[in-house]
Structures are given as C-alpha cells and as structure tokens.
Design a protein around this ligand. Structure first.
Ligand SMILES: Cc1cc2nc3c(=O)[nH]c(=O)nc-3n(C[C@H](O)[C@H](O)[C@H](O)COP(=O)(O)OP(=O)(O)OC[C@H]3O[C@@H](n4cnc5c(N)ncnc54)[C@H](O)[C@@H]3O)c2cc1C
Length: 414
C-alpha cells in the first residue's frame, strides 16, 4: 500500500493523479481462515484491524452482505463523546474517544476527527440534576466534562434561543474533547489498513448459516460458498438477532429503525455539537455546511432501512423552539438505519453458547463513537478470551441481573 502523504499528493498532482492504487483489494474468499468476522461495519473492521495490529492475527476474512460501511456506520450522525454515567461504559467509550484523537495518523487515513465539543442541554430541573450527577461520575472516572450555564451555552452556540418559553436552557453537560468524525472515512481507513495487512474483505457475501458441531463453530455458509474458521466474530448490529438465530441462540435485543436528516448547506453558523434530549433532537454542522439533524427511533420493531415523513416533522418541530433558524431551512434528504437496542441500553461484547463464537452488538443508537474502543477490546477478547474493557458487557448479565443502566446517557437517540 502506498502511504498517503503530502509528497504523494504532490507527486500525483504532477502526473494527473494516475498513480493512485485501489484502497483495498477485492479478493475471492479462501476455504478457511483463522478468524471470520461477519459484518464490515466500523466495529467489524476495527476488530479485524486490532486483531492484526495488537495480536499479529492476519489470517482474517471480513464478510459483508452489502458494501463495507453501508450499514449504520455510513448512516449515523457521527457524534463522539464519552460522558457516560456507569464506569464500564465510561471506560470503553473513553478508550474509543482517545483512540479517535490519533486515528488518522494510526491508519494513515484522514478520518476528519473534529473535537469541536459536545453539549447536552439541560432543559428541565430533572435533567439538570441528572447531568450534574454525570459530571461527578465522570470526574471520578478521569473523564473531562463540566456543567456550564446558559450564558456560556449561548456564547458557544449563538444561534440558540436559551430563553424558550416551554423549555429554557438551564445549563449543559459539556465535553470539550467530544466532537465528530467522517463516518465513511472511519470504515474506509480501517478497511484499507486491514487489506494492507493481508486480510480479505469480501463484499456482497451474505452469511446464510452458521455450521456448528459439538458446541463449536466449524464455519459459515455464504452466498459465495462455504468458509471454515477457527473463531467466528458476529458484528452485524441491527441484524444481530437474525444472525444469532442462525447460530442457534437467542439475544435480548430489539431492532428498530433510527432516522436522521440533513438540511441544505448554509454558511458556517455552529461549530459545536448540541443534543437536546428533553425535546429530542440533536444537531451539528457538517464541513459541507449541511445541518446534520438526528431524529428518533421508530416506536415499533422493524428492519426498514429508510426515513419516514413524520420523523422529519417531529424532529424539526421539537428543535425549532431552541433553534428558531431551522424553521427557515429546507431539508435535503433523510434516511434510516437499523439499530440493535438492549434493555439496559449498553452493548454486548461477549462469548456465546458456542465455544469459539464471539458477539459484538447492542450498540443501539450510539455505537459510532465506540468503534475504535470496541474493536480494540473485542479483538483482545477474541484473541485472549478475556479483555478488561469487555468484562462487564457479557451476555450473562441479562441472566444475572447485572445491568449497566445507561438509559439516561443513551436513552436519547444515541
Ligand atoms: C440515523 C442514525 C444516527 C446515529 N447517530 C449516531 C451518533 O451520532 N453517534 C454514535 O455514536 N452512534 C450513532 N448511531 C449508531 C451507530 O451508527 C451504530 O451504533 C454503529 O454504526 C454500529 O456499527 P456496526 O459496525 O456495529 O454496524 P453496521 O455499520 O450496521 O455494520 C454491520 C454490517 O453487518 C452487515 N451484515 C448484516 N447481516 C449480515 C450477514 N448475514 N452477512 C454479512 N454481513 C451482514 C450489514 O450489511 C452491515 O454492513 C446512529 C445510527 C443511526 C442509524
């Protein structure tokens, strides 16, 4: 793989950009791999990358039924933060956030990480108390967050109306090193690095069955033939329940569509990310100038990967009191992704009833921010059978009642 650098750009500029190679190879599947990962979203690709980088395991295939990054990884609103309440969540999300800081250099691929700051508005007394509690928890966890008042909110985000008649802004939970990254670039950067290590990313290759014998996975049946493996990682987000059924076990997961929309591009007017959980909506401005607006989940279980009209209406209506300017914006497009939601709103990174089969799912509405940390720790779990960062996120917690309740931090659309 050619390294991307200022010199490479200059060299290619001199020869009309004819020398760039493909970012990743397009291999046919082999009959057997040491590790097979199902799902080439951010979490699957990051897992493969850290298996190679941290444990030297490169005989890996990543199987994707569509195109890489075409699931939720390419459909989210890219918010990155780690201000979670419970210790296990704060640890894994902060690991991810800190890896994001150096990810472009690590992957030699610009993922456009922009630590522009994330504020979560407190618009009721109850919310204010909840966020104050989170700030105290974050302080104990070593995560830098603070409460800011309405005046500071207005200074950081002048387009906001902090004196709304129904929901005035009482303060905000502020994480200065939170922000956004370019979602496609995260998938593409990991994919390029995996391919460079000799791993096979096989697109349009759906896993249709999991073959097992004596409590161990032998391999998978795919639309491109049979593939055997020593270890299997299932990382398919909204399709986790479907895949688990193929492997012969059930998951405490609901899959629902989560929607988002963007406006027409406008001049830069907002350089922070704002989440308004009481009215339910969140917004940032992309580098192209579009206002990126997150909506809610559908109120029923479904696999519909598309937007719907009432979500635009509900979301925009909810945000107009706090952001009066959006009432004058045209909306450009909307979409949906299928998110995998657990009862305690925390992920599952776990061994499964099948000895050599591992599961990474349940990131629900908020897993983009976790991609590097999830990949890092899930790779460790797959390679060594144990990872300190995943220890609390096992499937057994649902049987044993050890929930990691993040409904306050993650109950909103991520
Ligand atoms: C509208 C929206 C907004 C969001 N906003 C945010 C946000 O601002 N911040 C945040 O942190 N998170 C956000 N999220 C959540 C985040 O996008 C997800 O948690 C994260 O992308 C999940 O990544 P993944 O790699 O697990 O899943 P995916 O990217 O969905 O990848 C799973 C892959 O598995 C493949 N697959 C499924 N079944 C099979 C099969 N049988 N065989 C082969 N391949 C298969 C799929 O095609 C898919 O590509 C949002 C999600 C949505 C939908």
């Amino acid at each position: 793989m050619k390294r991307y650098s200022v010199f490479a750009i200059a060299r290619e500029a001199m020869r009309y950009h004819t020398g760039w190679g493909r970012a990743w190879r397009k291999p046919e599947p082999k009959r057997r791999y040491q590790v097979v990962i199902v799902g080439a979203g951010g979490h699957g690709l990051a897992t493969a990358y850290y298996l190679g980088k941290n444990f030297g395991i490169t005989d890996v295939a990543i199987l994707e039924k569509g195109w890489l990054g075409g699931g939720n990884t390419g459909r989210n609103t890219t918010i990155i933060r780690s201000n979670y309440l419970q210790d296990p969540s704060a640890a894994i999300y902060e690991k991810a956030r800190s890896l994001y800081e150096g990810l472009s250099q690590d992957l030699n691929y610009n993922v456009m990480f922009s630590p522009r700051g994330v504020m979560m508005l407190a618009q009721t007394e109850r919310e204010l108390r909840g966020y104050q509690r989170t700030v105290h928890a974050n302080r104990l966890q070593g995560i830098e967050t603070e409460m800011i008042g309405p005046r500071e909110v207005k200074r950081l985000c002048p387009i906001m109306n902090v004196d709304g008649p129904r929901y005035p802004v009482l303060g905000a939970l502020w994480q200065a090193r939170g922000g956004t990254a370019r979602h496609d670039a995260v998938a593409w950067g990991y994919a390029r690095a995996c391919s460079d290590m000799g791993m096979d990313i096989i697109q349009t290759c759906e896993v249709t069955a999991v073959r097992s014998e004596g409590g161990k996975v032998q391999g998978v049946t795919t639309t491109k033939g049979e593939i055997d493996c020593d270890k299997l990682g299932i990382v398919v987000a909204g399709h986790s329940g479907v895949m688990a059924e193929k492997a012969g076990f059930r998951l405490p997961i609901e899959s629902v569509a989560l929607q988002a929309l963007v406006s027409e591009p406008i001049k830069p007017c907002m350089d922070v990310v704002v989440m308004a959980n009481t009215v339910h909506g969140y917004m940032s401005q992309s580098d192209k100038g579009e206002m990126v607006i997150g909506g809610g989940t559908d109120g029923f279980v479904n696999y519909a990967q598309r937007g719907s009209f009432q979500h635009i209406e509900e979301t925009v209506r909810a945000l107009t009191e706090t952001f009066p300017m959006i009432s004058r914006l045209k909306m450009l497009r909307q979409w949906g992704g299928i998110v995998d939601v657990t009862g305690d709103r925390s992920p599952i990174l776990s061994k499964t009833p099948l000895g050599n089969c591992y599961l990474n799912c349940g990131w629900g509405t908020g897993g983009f921010k976790a991609i590097p940390g999830s990949g890092w720790s899930f790779a460790e779990l797959m390679a060594k059978g144990h990872s300190p960062l995943t220890a609390e996120f096992g499937l057994d917690r649902f049987r044993e009642g050890r929930f990691i309740d993040e409904s306050v931090a993650a109950g909103v659309a991520h």
